[in-house]
Every structure is written in structure tokens, then in C-alpha cells.
Design a protein around this ligand. Structure first.
Ligand SMILES: N[C@@H](CCC(=O)N[C@@H](CS)C(=O)NCC(=O)O)C(=O)O
Length: 242
């Protein structure tokens, strides 16, 4: 039995939901309510000591981190394949996925938190906010750096530059497309998708308007049946916490 602790609007959860949909895997939806701080509850921290979503629980055993979860799902359910068989192609895919985890996935949090998360500070006193963020195993300093005013303009500019660099890198790779790693749709394509969807929700799609191959890639992504399944109604209606 597979249970996914996740949130409809969380980009990292969306990454795993795409893979579940691509592979047609049955799973139990365990929704975490960020506003109720369920991700910081003792019970949830037992499953995921980082206090973030998603967490996959397979026959009672937790697996954390969306990229690790997706590789685990690939191991459990190899068909249809989302990871190349050839070791060199597999390494190339993992290098892409690693870059995506390090660069755009981190960068998108800056404009995203400014737009959709910062307001949680509003009703809280400074002391309450410090107590709340003090309970976060992974994101304490990130939230505190954001503060009530949000991330500064130079932080946002740096994030957008990193995102733009990603699109340019993808545009080059896609010359040998249709997917990031060539003919095969892989976990690298899955990993990049939620950041791009979030860019659209932030009204930042103009940042790749001059990149035709990348624009076509995103159209192809949205045409896959897994997209509508992972992005069911409500997943784009952005509320607090990513
Ligand atoms: N590397 C982790 C990161 C997970 C993560 O940051 N999840 C976000 C949602 S996309 C979260 O739970 N945030 C909680 C918070 O902002 O307090 C993964 O990929 O699973």
C-alpha cells in the first residue's frame, strides 16, 4: 500500500503526483494542511524529520524527498520507464535532475514565497513568527530571511536569472528533443515541470517567450494525460506555503 503525504499546491508534491499518474499507480491521498501546521506536528515529523512534503509511506515505511521518491517509484514500478536503461544516458538524466533540484527548484521559492507565503506573517506577532519558524527543521532560516517584507529585489533578480539560465540550457538540450534527455520522457522532465507551472501562476511566462523549443516542450508537457491528473482543480489555486 502506498500513501502520499502531500499538499495540492506544493511543487514537490506535484512532482511525485506526475510520476504516480504516468505509471498509473494506485495511492492513498494523505493531505497535509500547512495552515494547520500539520507538517510540523510530532506525528508527521516521525515520518519526515525535515517537516516538509511530500512523504511516501510504503507498507508503513516512509521515504522522503521528492526526487528520491520518484526514483523509488521507478524501482518499484519500472513500466512505463522514466529512467533510461543505458548507464551513460541514466547518468545524463540524473545530472539534469540534480541541476534542476539545485538551481530552478530553489530559485522559484523566492518569487513564490513573496507572492503566496509572505502574508502568513501578517496576523502573527514577531514572537509568534519566531516560535512558528523555530519549529521548522529545514526552512527556519529561509522563512526568517524572507521576513514580513518578503525577499529583497536583488534576491528576486538573482532567482529570475537562475531560472532564465535554466530555460536557456533546456533550449539547447531540446535541439535533440523532444524531451530534455532526447527521445525519452524522463524524471528530468518531471522535475522541471512544477517550477514552470509555478512561473505561469506567478505571471512570469514571458521569461521563456523567445525560446521556441522550450515553449513547445511545455506545451507537450501539458498535453500529457499525467498533467491533468497531477494538477487537478485546486492545485493551481495558490494559498500559503509553496
Ligand atoms: N527536497 C524536498 C523539499 C520539500 C519541500 O520543500 N516541500 C515544501 C513544499 S513544495 C514544504 O513542505 N514546505 C513547507 C514549508 O514551507 O514550511 C523534496 O523535494 O521533497
Amino acid at each position: 500500500m502506498l500513501e502520499l503525504y502531500n499538499s495540492p499546491v506544493s511543487t514537490c508534491s506535484q512532482k511525485v503526483r506526475i510520476v504516480l499518474a504516468e505509471k498509473g499507480i494506485a495511492w492513498e491521498d494523505r493531505r497535509i494542511n500547512f495552515q494547520a501546521q500539520e507538517h510540523l506536528s510530532e506525528a508527521y515529523l516521525q515520518l519526515n524529520p525535515n517537516g516538509v512534503v511530500p512523504t511516501l509511506v510504503h507498507d508503513g515505511r516512509p521515504i522522503v524527498d521528492s526526487s528520491v521518491i520518484n526514483e523509488y517509484l521507478e524501482d518499484l514500478f519500472p513500466e512505463p520507464r522514466l529512467v533510461p536503461v543505458d548507464p551513460y544516458e541514466r547518468a545524463r538524466m540524473r545530472a539534469w535532475r540534480q541541476f534542476i533540484d539545485e538551481v530552478p527548484t530553489s530559485a522559484i521559492r523566492i518569487p513564490s514565497f513573496n507572492a503566496f507565503v509572505r502574508h502568513i506573517w501578517g496576523p502573527m506577532s514577531e514572537e509568534d513568527f519566531r516560535n512558528f519558524t523555530g519549529r521548522m527543521p529545514l526552512r527556519k532560516h529561509f522563512y526568517r530571511k524572507m521576513g514580513p517584507e518578503g525577499f529583497r529585489k536583488d534576491d528576486v533578480d538573482e532567482a529570475l536569472e537562475k531560472l532564465r539560465a535554466t530555460f536557456e540550457r533546456a533550449e539547447k538540450s531540446l535541439a535533440d528533443g523532444p524531451w530534455l534527455c532526447g527521445e525519452m520522457f524522463t524524471l528530468a522532465d518531471v522535475s522541471l515541470t512544477p517550477s514552470i507551472v509555478r512561473m505561469v501562476d506567478l505571471d512570469l511566462a514571458h521569461l521563456w517567450a523567445d525560446l521556441p523549443r522550450f515553449s513547445d516542450w511545455f506545451r507537450r508537457i501539458q498535453a500529457r494525460p499525467s498533467f491533468a491528473i497531477a494538477y487537478y482543480p485546486g492545485t493551481r489555486q495558490l494559498g500559503p506555503a509553496c
